[in-house]
Design a protein around this ligand. Structure first.
Ligand code: ATP
Length: 228
């Protein structure tokens, strides 16, 4: 298993949001984390990326425990948040250079990968643009380029399809397929089940901070989300 989340309880303040959450993301697979608004998807991701400390439970990625070896654990993850986070004073080119420096990436190889991704997402001619001139979807695509140019073993994507045009959705899904075929695992949250169904292997359904159902992604077609 790539990711093992075991008996995770946690959240932001006194009252826990997540209750005894247990699920896995198998090696070389795509898992969709689904559920209604407020069910705890982003909170689960905040725990998995180490932003929130677990109240109880453990999180292990490729055999590395989040709490006992946070540096080695986090090095394995490329994360795309729900809301793009970009520096207003840096151009797209400078964002790429910054990521290369922060993560000690090999500059030539990473730039090659970045250039291919920029072409793919139709951003190649915008390298000297500042984020203020980007539309919401373009900012989202910049986040995709920055996350995928490093070839991480594990990708976490929170609501990847929000604000993307149909071409960009197709491009992202193709990229997810390619990275999975190359050995990576991917956990993503989404409300757009029909987009992810053909590309995922498994799903986890959260309701009120608990895992209510999980199984093969093909079962998503019959998933009923309960109101109570
Ligand atoms: N920063 C925060 N501080 C306190 N409570 C929060 C915070 N963020 C989320 N919550 C609460 O945690 C619960 C789960 O929210 P979460 O954002 O994880 O849901 P979600 O499944 O990602 O929802 P959505 O589909 O709307 O993105 C909600 O009750 C929400 O009000």
């Amino acid at each position: 298993m790539a990711l093992i989340v075991k008996n995770l309880s946690g959240g932001y303040g006194q009252a826990p949001v997540l209750h005894d959450v247990t699920f896995t993301v198998p090696d070389q697979s795509v898992t969709a984390l689904v559920g209604l608004n407020g069910s705890g998807k982003s909170t689960t991701i905040n725990h998995i990326i180490g932003l929130l400390p677990p109240r109880t439970g453990t999180i292990t990625l490729n055999g590395v425990d989040l709490i006992s070896d946070p540096f080695a654990y986090k090095r394995q993850i490329a994360y795309i948040p729900e809301q793009p986070v970009l520096y207003q004073e840096l151009t797209l080119r400078e964002h790429i250079d910054l990521m290369i420096r922060i993560y000690h990436l090999e500059a030539k190889r990473t730039w090659q990968e970045a250039n291919q991704l920029l072409e793919r997402f139709r951003l190649a001619h915008k390298l000297d643009w500042f984020p203020i001139y980007f539309s919401k979807g373009m900012r989202q695509k910049v986040m995709i380029v920055l996350a995928f140019m490093a070839k991480a073993p594990f990708y976490i994507i929170d609501e990847p399809f929000l604000g993307l045009d149909v071409l960009a959705v197709d491009d992202l899904l193709a990229l997810i397929d390619e990275r999975r075929a190359a050995g990576a695992s991917i956990l993503l949250t989404t409300h757009v089940l029909e987009n992810i169904m053909p590309h995922a292997q498994s799903y986890v359904y959260l309701a009120k901070g608990r895992v209510e159902k999980q199984g093969p992604a093909s079962d998503l077609v019959n998933l009923e989300m309960s109101r109570d």
